[in-house]
Design a protein. Structure first.
Length: 215
């Protein structure tokens, strides 16, 4: 498959991506991974990117596109890829469209994971994280609670609710996501590439994406 995966925080993007990779051996690609790999390998593009990162600057889009061009043509992408967290903006989406055209790769479609706000709030506000920085085990007060005294079952450290997982913080994150992503959704809708999938149960979502790919 050759897809772009869009989804709000708490939409289950990570789980869906993992299940999709298992389905046909496609690889998950994020700009963060590409940057880290290029810097680690010390490629020319990696060195250039590191310069920006060391100065605390954002790596410019044209450099990210060059890395994307290299990455998408690596052998492990032959089976397919899932672009995760990229593109983020319409200019990036336009640049990606040109790039894919140049390297003769055709996207199947753009997956938009749709989850009602109440479900996202319920998923994220019930999350708890082990406060031990070396552990960070994740719990859920409903489906996977920590020990009865509120400590981590693995290391015994206190389990906490992260500051960005309170109702207020999540509402803010969802608002920011919607504002930033709306133009991108509109862009792909116009191109006839957008497919929306309900993402309540990851296995069902992945099955529906599989059917759409084979249709
Ligand atoms: Zn722990």
């Amino acid at each position: 498959m050759r897809i772009i995966l869009l989804g709000a925080p708490g939409a289950g993007k990570g789980t869906v991506a993992k299940l999709l990779m298992e389905m046909d051996g496609s690889v998950q690609i994020s700009t963060g991974d590409i940057l880290r790999a290029a810097v680690k390998e010390g490629t020319d593009l990696g060195k250039e990117a590191k310069g920006y990162m060391d100065r605390g600057d954002l790596v410019p889009d044209n450099l990210i596109m060059k890395m994307m061009e290299v990455r998408l043509q690596q052998p492990d992408c032959q089976k397919g890829f899932i672009l995760d967290g990229f593109p983020r903006t319409v200019p990036q989406a336009e640049a990606l469209g040109l790039l894919l055209n140049n390297i003769r790769i055709k996207l199947d479609f753009v997956v938009n994971l749709e989850v009602p706000r109440e479900v996202i709030l319920d998923r994220l506000t019930t999350r708890r994280t082990c406060a031990n920085p070396d552990c960070q085990e994740i719990y859920n007060v409903k489906s996977n609670p920590p020990a009865a005294d509120g400590t981590c079952k693995k290391c015994g450290t206190k389990v906490i609710q992260r500051a960005d997982e309170t109702v207020e913080a999540i509402n803010n994150r969802l608002e920011t996501y919607t504002q930033k992503t709306a133009p991108l959704i509109g862009f792909y809708e116009k191109q006839g590439l957008l497919r929306s999938f309900a993402s309540i149960n990851s296995a069902d979502t992945v099955a529906a994406i599989g059917r759409a790919l084979n249709a």
